[in-house]
Design a protein around this ligand. Structure first.
Ligand code: ADP
Ligand code: MG
Length: 629
C-alpha cells in the first residue's frame, strides 16, 4: 500500500467543489458515467488500431445501487488505469489557478464551470460521497489491478487488489447529506435525464449483491467473488436518430424519435430539419416544428443540448436565437463546452456560429417547403405563423429570408405573400393620398358586419390575430411606407379608405348640431364622441368605431400593464349617417322626448352590435324593446 497527497495548491479543494457546485449536485453522475463511456469508447479505438490485444467483450456501463453499504458504483469495461495513470490523471490535478479562480467567481453564478475548466469531472464525486474508491484494471499487458481511495482530504491510498476483469469501478460511499442519491427513483431520474442517448449501453441495477463479496469470499480462481445485478434495466438508446444519416430514416422514424424525446406529448410535429455540419464546427441534430399553441411560454425549452450524446441542458437560449427556442428536438455538438456558464456561452465564438447556422437552416427549410409545395405550406401556415412572425420580429437576418414565404391570410381563407397581396388590392384599396390601405380583423365573427360591408364594396379583409399581432402589423407597416393597416371596424368604410369623391350630406350644419345635442343627452359623451358623416343611405343610421391609433394604444396599455394602465380612457366614435332616412325622419318629429327615445334606441343598437351594451344599459334596452312589441 502507498499513501500520498493529491497534488493541489490550495490546502483542500473539496470545500471549494462543494461550495461552488452546491446547486447542481446531481451532475456528479453525468461526469462519472461519461468518464466510463469515454473509457469504453477508447477500448473500441485501441482495438481497431491493434493496440488492444484480446477480446473487447461486452462493453457496457453499470450503475449499481446498494442501500446496505450505502454505495453507488459506476462500473465500466473500459480501458482502465494503471497505478501510474491514476497518479497522472487523478492525483496530479492541475489546480494551480484555483485560488485566482475562486476569487474571480466568488458569489457569482456560473461558477459551475470550475469543473469543465479544471478537469474536475471525477472529483465532483466528492460533492455527494464521503469516501471514493477507484478499483481498476488497465487493458495494458501485465497490468496489475489497483484500488485508489480517498475520503475527501487531499490524502489518498493506493493498494493492489484482485480484479480480473478489465475496466473500472468507481465506488461512492454516499454521505449523510446526500442520501437522496441512494433512492432508486432519484438515480433513475438523473440517468433518464443525462444518459438517455449515450453511445454505450447504460444499465441500472439496484440489487445489493453486485460488489465484491463483503465477506471477502473467493471464487475457485482465488478472486474475490462478485455476483451480477438482478433485473438489469437499460437506460439508453445507443444510436438515437440524430446520429444516423438522413437517407437511412423515414418519416415514421423521425416521428417515433420525437415520441422518444417527449413521451408526454401527443401531437405529431409538423415537420423536421436534420442538421449535419462538420465545418467550421461539428454539429448534428434534429429540430422539430411543433404545433405552436396560444401560450408560447410553455412551449419553450424543449430543445435538448447534447455533447457527444451526453445531455448538457435544455435551456438553450444562449445557443440559439430566442425565437428558435420554440422548436423542439436535439442539438449535439462536441464544440459546445460542457459545464460552462451562460455568460461564457454567449461570448463563445463557436456558439455564435452555431446559432447563425441554425437560423439559416431553418429559413432555408421553410423557403424550400414553400417553393416545393405551396399548398401544403399554406395548410401548415396557421401553425407556422407565430414562429415565422416571432422570428421576423426578433432576427433581421431571418426576417430578410422570411419575406419570401411569409403569408397573409384573408377572411376567405386565401393566402398571399405581402407583394402578391399588395398587387391584388391596390386597384380598389388605394386612397386619395396614394396609400394602399390593408383592412384586417382579429376576429371574423366579431366583425361580421364591417367585413361584409367591405366585401360588398369589393375590398378584401385579412385575418391578423395571435399574441404578436400588434407588433407584426407595425413591422409590416415599417417595411413598406406605401401601405397602411387599419382594422375593419375602426371607421366607416368611406373614411377607412378615403376616396376623393365625397357624398353630399342631406342635413344642414344646423340640423346636425340640433341632433348632436339630443344624442349627447342620451349617451355617455365622455366615452362616445358623436360626429356626423355623409355616407351611403344603405349604411347603418348610427355606428360605432374606434380609431385605429386609440385601439392600438389600449392594446399596448394592456400588454405593457404596470402604471400605464388606465392612463388613456376608453374612447369610441359614434358616427351618425346624415343620409340615412331614419335620421331625417327623427329630425321631422315634433316631440323632443320622442326624438330622444328613437335616437337612444338607434345608439343602443349600434352599441349592441359592437358588444358594448352591457349590464344595466343592456337590461333597460331589453325592457324597452319588449314594450315596443
Ligand atoms: P476529463 O474527463 O475531463 O478528462 P475527469 O476528471 O472526469 O476529467 O477525469 C480525469 C481523467 O481520469 C480522465 O481523462 C481519464 O484519463 C481518467 N479516468 C476517469 N475515469 C475513468 C474511467 N472510468 N476509466 C478510465 N479512465 C478514467
Ligand atoms: Mg470527465
Amino acid at each position: 500500500m502507498k499513501t500520498g497527497q493529491i497534488n493541489v495548491q490550495t490546502e483542500n479543494i473539496f470545500p471549494i467543489i462543494k461550495k461552488f457546485l452546491y446547486s447542481d449536485h446531481e451532475i456528479f453522475l453525468r461526469e462519472l458515467v461519461s468518464n466510463a463511456v469515454d473509457a469504453s469508447q477508447k477500448v473500441k479505438v485501441l482495438s481497431k488500431t491493434g493496440e488492444l490485444k484480446g477480446e473487447i467483450g461486452d462493453l457496457k456501463v453499470e450503475i449499481l445501487l446498494d442501500n446496505e453499504t450505502k454505495t453507488l458504483t459506476i462500473r465500466d469495461r473500459g480501458v482502465g488505469m494503471t497505478a501510474d495513470e491514476i497518479d497522472k490523471y487523478i492525483n496530479q490535478i492541475a489546480f494551480s489557478g484555483a485560488e485566482e479562480f475562486v476569487k474571480k467567481y466568488e458569489g457569482k453564478d456560473g461558477a459551475e464551470q470550475i469543473i469543465g475548466h479544471f478537469g474536475l469531472g471525477f472529483y465532483s464525486a466528492f460533492m455527494v460521497a464521503e469516501k471514493v474508491q477507484i478499483k481498476t484494471l488497465s487493458h495494458s499487458e501485465n497490468a496489475k489491478a489497483v484500488q485508489w481511495e480517498s475520503n475527501g482530504s487531499p490524502e489518498y491510498t493506493i493498494t493492489d487488489i484482485d480484479k480480473n476483469e478489465r475496466g473500472t469501478d468507481i465506488v461512492l460511499f454516499i454521505n449523510e447529506e446526500s442520501k437522496e442519491f441512494l433512492e432508486k427513483n432519484r438515480i433513475q431520474g438523473i440517468l433518464d435525464k443525462y444518459c438517455k442517448f449515450l453511445p454505450i449501453p447504460v444499465i441500472f441495477g439496484t440489487k445489493t449483491d453486485y460488489i465484491d463479496d463483503p465477506k471477502g469470499e473467493k471464487d475457485k480462481d482465488g478472486h474475490v467473488k462478485r455476483i451480477s445485478v438482478e433485473n438489469p434495466n437499460q437506460i439508453n438508446n445507443v444510436s438515437p436518430a440524430w446520429t444516423k444519416a438522413p437517407v437511412d430514416l423515414n418519416d415514421e422514424d423521425y416521428k417515433s424519435f420525437y415520441r422518444e424525446l417527449y413521451p408526454m406529448t401527443f401531437d405529431n410535429p409538423l415537420f423536421h430539419i436534420h442538421l449535419n455540419v462538420d465545418y467550421p464546427f461539428n454539429l448534428t441534430g434534429i429540430l422539430y416544428f411543433p404545433k405552436i399553441k396560444e401560450n408560447v411560454e410553455i412551449q419553450k425549452n424543449k430543445i435538448n443540448l447534447y455533447s457527444n450524446q451526453v445531455f448538457i441542458t435544455d435551456s438553450v437560449e444562449e445557443i440559439v436565437p430566442e425565437f428558435l427556442t420554440l422548436l423542439h428536438g436535439v442539438i449535439d455538438s462536441p464544440d459546445i463546452p460542457l459545464n460552462v456558464s451562460r455568460s461564457y456561452l454567449q461570448s463563445d465564438a463557436n456558439v455564435k456560429k452555431i446559432s447563425t447556422h441554425i437560423t439559416k437552416k431553418v429559413a432555408d427549410k421553410l423557403s424550400e417547403m414553400f417553393k416545393k409545395d405551396r399548398e401544403d405550406f399554406q395548410n401548415k401556415w396557421d401553425d407556422l405563423k407565430i414562429f415565422v412572425e416571432y422570428g421576423s420580429l426578433t432576427d433581421e437576418k431571418f426576417a430578410e429570408k422570411a419575406k419570401n414565404f411569409t403569408l397573409l391570410k384573408s377572411t376567405d381563407d386565401t393566402y398571399h405573400t405581402f407583394e402578391e397581396y399588395k398587387e391584388k388590392i391596390k386597384v380598389l384599396q388605394t386612397d386619395k393620398s396614394n396609400k394602399v390601405v390593408v383592412l384586417y380583423t382579429h376576429d371574423k365573427e366579431a366583425h361580421f358586419g364591417p367585413i361584409k360591408s367591405a366585401k360588398d364594396r369589393g375590398y378584401d379583409v385579412l385575418v391578423i390575430n395571435g399574441p404578436l399581432a400588434p407588433h407584426w402589423i407595425s413591422k409590416l407597416e415599417q417595411n413598406d411606407q406605401d401601405v397602411t393597416f387599419v382594422r375593419v371596424d375602426s371607421n366607416t368604410l368611406d373614411k377607412l379608405i378615403e376616396k376623393s369623391d365625397e357624398i353630399p350630406s342631406k342635413l344642414s350644419k344646423k340640423e346636425e348640431e340640433k341632433l348632436q345635442k339630443l344624442i349627447e343627452e342620451v349617451v355617455n359623451k365622455d366615452k362616445f364622441k358623436v360626429e356626423f358623416q355623409s355616407m351611403n343611405e344603405n349604411e347603418s343610421p348610427i355606428l360605432i368605431t374606434q380609431q385605429e391609433f386609440i385601439r392600438r394604444m389600449m392594446e399596448q396599455q394592456k400588454m405593457g400593464g404596470g402604471g400605464f394602465y388606465g392612463a388613456f380612457p376608453e374612447m369610441y366614435n359614434m358616427i351618425v349617417n346624415s343620409n340615412h332616412p331614419k335620421i331625417s325622419s327623427i329630425l321631422a318629429i315634433k316631440d323632443n322626448e320622442e326624438q330622444k327615445n328613437k335616437l337612444k334606441l338607434l345608439s343602443d343598437i349600434a352599441m349592441l352590435s359592437q358588444n358594448l351594451l352591457k349590464g344595466e344599459a343592456l337590461n333597460q334596452f331589453i325592457e324597452r324593446s319588449i314594450e315596443l312589441v
